[in-house]
Design a protein around this ligand. Structure first.
Ligand code: AKG
Length: 371
């Protein structure tokens, strides 16, 4: 969902105007229509069991499982990933401490008009209602500069927070590159092709990373509120660290239903974004997802968004376009993608992706005019 380039005035919604934590009911400002648009499948089994990829086992098995999951779900649970033990618990502890700060301290870092980074409601476009969450977005590599806004004295709390978030960034960045290579492999590229491919190398070397922190306080009427509205992520790959409290849901089609992603301790969730769907010529798909809230427990999630630089043209990889066919998507930069999405007032459906599709009789080219 997120991207570092958004300039919508909606992003100016800095400080939650209503204290979620002490609420006894969900006010109209936070009531979310259509939560029950589709049935929900909890503790799913069989065809609705969220795929699991184990990076700690046989690499061929992991690659094949990731490829299947990327084609069918656009998302999977990741285990055996080798991220240092304790990182998830440390991140969760620090994020909980951040959001527990007095409102006035968090407000020091509130998003201002046109700004993307900072504290506030999640920077969603085109929603008039509020979600049941607080958020904080920052460039993953710039944690120290960003959080001086919250802790201007740069004291012990600040240092502890920054150490943990930098540890998280280092682990997620390395994991992201591994995942990218594994998914390129699942597309059919050999290690030698991945190493030699100019586009593949450029993608790996220029990856940008944005971290978003979500706090979903327990909610007195979870059936009336949404933690994070349904959306697809816009970049390449998102790696989500979550509390051991389920809340993330993936939309499965025919019949449409929300499948709750389990939250076993230590597992991460990988979600593919729209630009990865473009890059893989539609073979791997982005996943429509949302986060629901519950009555009993707060939930924290930390999506780590990996994508290209804002002005790098993303087009289907040669290896993803079958010989004798033409690319299914035109090339687009992340910035262009977001401009289309913002102008089209798109929130939930796949209209941006439809606009990027190359029609049968059309030549591939730039982004079409947006009218
Ligand atoms: O809370 C979650 O698990 C998902 C969060 C999410 O999709 C987002 O922040 O874009």
């Amino acid at each position: 969902m997120l991207s570092p380039m958004t300039t919508s005035p909606a992003a100016a919604a800095a400080t939650p105007c209503f204290e979620l934590r002490s609420a006894e009911r969900v006010p109209e400002t936070h009531a979310w229509p259509g939560i029950d648009d589709h049935p929900t499948v909890k503790a799913a089994a069989g065809g609705d069991a969220v795929p699991v990829v184990d990076l700690g086992g046989d690499p061929d098995v992991a690659r094949a499982a990731a490829g299947r999951a990327a084609e069918e779900w656009g998302a999977f649970l990741l285990v055996g990933h080798g991220v240092a033990a304790g990182v998830a618990a440390r991140v969760e502890e620090q994020v909980a401490r951040l959001f527990a700060l007095p409102a006035a301290e968090k407000a020091r870092a509130g998003r201002r008009p046109g700004e993307f980074n900072g504290y506030g409601r999640a920077p969603r476009l085109n929603f008039s209602n509020h979600m049941w969450s607080e958020g904080y977005t920052f460039p993953a590599a710039a944690v120290r500069a960003e959080f001086r806004r919250v802790w201007p004295d740069a004291g012990d709390d600040y240092l502890r927070f920054c150490d943990v978030m930098e540890e998280h960034h280092a682990e997620m960045r390395a994991l992201g590159v591994r995942l990218l290579d594994m998914l390129f492999g699942a597309l059919g590229l050999t290690d030698a092709q991945i190493a030699a491919g100019e586009t593949e190398r450029e993608i790996r070397e220029t990856l940008t990373a944005t971290t978003h922190l979500n706090m979903y306080p327990r909610c007195p009427q979870p059936e009336r509120a949404i933690g994070m509205a349904a959306h697809t992520d816009s970049g390449f790959i998102t790696i989500i660290l979550q509390s051991p409290v389920p809340g993330l849901q993936l939309l499965r089609r025919q019949p449409d239903r929300w499948v709750t992603v389990p939250a076993p301790p230590g597992a991460l969730v990988v979600v593919l974004g729209d630009l990865f769907q473009v890059l893989t010529n539609g073979r791997f798909r982005s996943a429509l997802h949302r986060a629901v809230v519950n009555r009993e427990r707060d939930r924290i999630s930390v999506p780590y968004f990996l994508g290209p630089p804002a002005d790098m043209k993303v087009a289907p990889l040669a290896a993803a376009v079958p010989p004798g066919t033409k690319a299914a998507f035109r090339g687009v930069t992340w910035r262009e993608y977001l401009e289309i999405r913002e102008k089209q007032a798109i929130s939930v459906d796949a209209s941006v992706m439809k606009m990027l599709q190359v029609a049968e009789e059309e030549e591939e080219g730039g982004v079409p005019p947006n009218n």
